[in-house]
Design a protein around this ligand. Structure first.
Ligand code: CAA
Length: 694
């Protein structure tokens, strides 16, 4: 409890007033914090004993920005712009002392101060664009006046934060301090002789004002490849800093912010932010504790095994990679070393970090290497027989209490667990390729998996910097099960008359980086074919292409022909498709882009509804998080289940009925849950599915 209110404290130290914000967890600038800051400024204004003010936060956060949960609710005064104006107008210098994060409105508050000092681990940024917004409390007007146009544009349009050193180099902070927090800032503030408002620092914008084309040339590379509105609005707001007087620039920024905050894209991105965090909270009996994981083993040194081992090593967990043959082990270890070398060369980690991480990975022949591990992740190829053999042996060798995880995309976890005498310790960990890069981790709960083991995997997911989402055991789990519906739809669209390029174009226009056929060509058509064969399934066009030796990019042709990575449509593919349509007695006809999109996306949503009905996913947001982090779903569309609510479930149900009638495909019949919610005029959001999955 602070002296001003519950979240703001004011104390005096050698003529400096220290205003401390403490609104756990991240000092979001909600109404209580704003009110407290305003009161503190009122109290200090005109106090002759105060020579300077230090505004500080906690070790974790100076401030994580505006309180996102307040968006969309009736505004409450004082608003953040009023608080920042009050700080800026204080008659004595106000110094922002930044430890932890200063993000969004948090950095905008710091920019309202007359000086900024940071501790070495601070991260400063304006990430609003990642929420489909722009900095709406003066950030687009003040940041360019401090760091110049180019740096400001890059920070505002990408939303990526910078560290303390970079902030000092570009002038965003005036000093990097390393003493006690915030005392070192108090001492620093005592040496201040001037009080200069950021709004008055127009000199940084002189060259931009003399060259009207400059902002466009700087913005163009930042805007490429995004269909979202927010990055463009960010540029327009910054343009106001160049073209307009300060107050008008602020008003322009506000107008643009208001447009975004009420729009669907920002709603979608705010949903994505919270869904990602909620999805990582496994639904478990209260009090369930994870088991400690100090040492890991990964069985298999292939692409997946190596990538998974790197995840452990990157998180500081020593790991043994196990193979059956020396040559395979050598290849795997060499590949790991190569990948770390590439990261060091690119500068994403230092050479010393690369060496340290590589040093945490040791190779060993034989499953004996798993004896000491607290968790063993099996990543051998997708063959039930082989996996069961590995688990039977792990059962014999692994220490009691070790978590036994299988990395599989679609195999039955219960059957694998059945090969052991300890099914409670077995679960699935579905990593996505490349495992050391992709954020998604599906944590697959078997029938007998103990809550403690799920908690261990969920906790581990966080340590490995993954978005770990607990899902139930079924063919393809959540992500691939829904993807299969999209793949079926894509095949059927070809047979009905669409071309691969038309189908791909519909999905890229929707916001995916790649369409299904370009993706299949990249991954290799033979992979899908092998899986289909194992389960007695067919995909007429893909199978015919494989029969013709067209496996995708690696063979120079698949759905397209390739020169390097450049894809061109191929009349031969059109002939193959037409022949398959004829065999099936399908009359081909042109299919419009909107219909293509609906036929690709709605069957996935339908499958999502079944997944919720069956308790395979606990919440609609979990499905969204999976698609956002594992399948490149465009974040400004929020995820498939959020998107479904936006479209409206009656429309989706009706279209599915049309598609079912036209194709006879049973999977396209609207799921009972979808129909029920559509009839009731409801959406997926806010429905309680959690208890069923617990
Ligand atoms: N508002 C409300 N809640 C927030 C929040 C915010 N700005 N930032 C974080 N939280 C909440 C999270 O939802 C989470 O809540 P639960 O524990 O209930 O799940 C909790 O704080 C901790 O967050 P994380 O789990 O993300 O913790 P972290 O340490 O991994 O990351 C962080 C901390 C870097 C601040 C990260 O939370 C983050 O990036 N937050 C968003 C920052 C942001 O976008 N700020 C701009 C807001 S918009 C704005 O400011 C508009 C404007 O111009 C006025």
């Amino acid at each position: 409890m602070g002296s001003i209110n519950a979240v703001v404290d004011l104390r005096h130290q050698n003529g400096v007033a220290v205003v401390a914000m403490d609104n756990a967890p991240v000092n979001a600038l909600g109404i209580a914090l704003r009110t407290g800051l305003m009161r503190a400024m009122d109290q200090l204004r005109g106090d002759p004993a105060v020579k300077a003010i230090v505004l500080c936060g906690t070790a974790r956060a100076f401030s994580g920005g505006a309180d996102i949960t307040e968006f969309g609710k009736p505004p409450q005064d004082p608003n953040l712009r009023q608080v920042i104006a009050a700080v800026e107008d204080m008659p004595v210098p106000v110094v922002a002392a930044i430890q932890g994060v200063a993000l969004g409105g948090g950095l905008e508050l710091a920019l309202g101060c007359h000086a900024r000092v940071a501790w070495g681990t601070a991260r400063l940024g304006l990430p609003e664009v990642k929420l489909g917004l722009l900095p709406g409390a003066g950030g687009t007007q003040r940041l360019p006046r401090v760091v110049g146009l180019e740096k400001a544009l890059s920070m505002i349009v990408t939303g990526n934060p910078i560290g303390a050193k970079e902030a000092a180099d570009c002038g965003l902070v005036d000093a990097v301090l390393d003493g006690a927090y915030p005392d070192a800032a108090v001492a620093w503030a005592q040496t201040l002789t001037e009080r200069r408002r950021v709004r008055d620092r127009d000199d940084a914008l002189t060259s931009a004002r003399e060259d009207p084309g400059l902002i466009n040339s700087m913005a163009a590379p930042l805007l490429k490849a995004s269909g979202a509105a927010a990055p463009r609005a960010c540029v327009e707001a910054v343009r106001g800093a160049v073209d307009l007087p300060f107050e008008e620039g602020l008003a322009n920024e506000r107008r643009l912010f208001e447009q975004l905050v009420t729009g669907d894209e920002s709603r979608a991105q705010r949903h994505a932010f919270f869904a990602e965090r909620e999805a990582q909270k496994a639904v478990l009996p209260s009090g369930t504790q994870p088991r400690p994981v100090a040492r890991a083993a990964v069985v298999g040194a292939g692409t997946m095994g190596g990538g998974i081992a790197m995840c452990f090593a990157n998180a500081g967990i020593p790991v043994t990679v196990i193979e059956t043959e020396q040559a395979a082990l050598d290849r795997g270890m060499a590949r790991i070393a190569e990948l770390y070398g590439i990261s060091a060369k690119r500068g994403s980690i230092t050479p010393a970090q690369a060496e340290e991480r590589r040093g945490r990975i040791q190779g060993q022949l034989g499953l004996d290497g798993a004896r000491d591990a607290d968790i063993v992740v099996e990543a051998v190829f997708e063959d039930m027989g082989v996996k069961k053999q590995v688990f039977a042996e792990l059962d014999r060798l692994a220490k009691p209490g070790a978590v036994l995880a299988t990395n599989t995309s679609y195999l039955d976890i219960d059957e694998i667990a059945g090969a052991t005498s300890r099914p409670g310790d077995v679960l699935g960990t579905h990593f996505f390729s490349p495992a050391n890069v992709m954020k998604l981790l599906e944590i697959v709960r078997g029938r007998q998996t103990s809550p403690e083991v799920i908690a261990t995997a969920a906790d581990l997911g966080k340590k490995l910097s993954k978005v770990g989402v607990v899902v139930g055991n079924c063919f393809g789990f959540v992500g691939n099960r829904m993807l299969a519906r999209r793949s079926d739809a894509a095949e059927r669209l070809l047979l009905d008359g669409a071309s691969p390029a038309e189908v791909d174009a519909a999905l890229t226009a929707f916001g995916f980086r790649m369409g299904p056929f370009a993706m299949a060509d990249l991954a290799g058509l033979d992979i899908g074919m092998r899986i289909r064969r194992a389960f007695g399934k067919r995909a007429p066009v893909s199978d015919a292409l494989c029969d013709a030796g067209r496996y995708g990019q690696k063979t120079g042709s698949g759905f397209y022909v390739y020169e390097g990575r450049n894809a061109t449509p191929d009349p031969e593919v059109d002939r193959i498709i037409a022949a398959e349509s004829e065999k099936l007695g399908i009359t081909r006809h042109p299919v419009g882009a909107d219909e293509i999109t609906e036929r690709l996306i709605y069957p996935m949503i339908n499958e999502g509804a079944r997944i919720l009905e069956e308790g395979i996913a606990a919440r609609p947001g979990d499905i969204d998080a999976i698609w956002l982090h594992g399948y490149n779903w465009p974040v400004w569309r929020g995820g498939p289940m959020f998107y479904a609510d936006l479209v409206g479930l009656p429309r989706i149900r009706d279209r599915l009925q049309d598609f079912h009638a036209a194709t006879g495909d049973k999977a396209l019949r609207p799921a009972p849950l979808l129909s029920k919610l559509a009839d009731a005029g409801q959406g997926f959001a806010g429905q309680d599915f959690g208890a069923r999955a617990a």
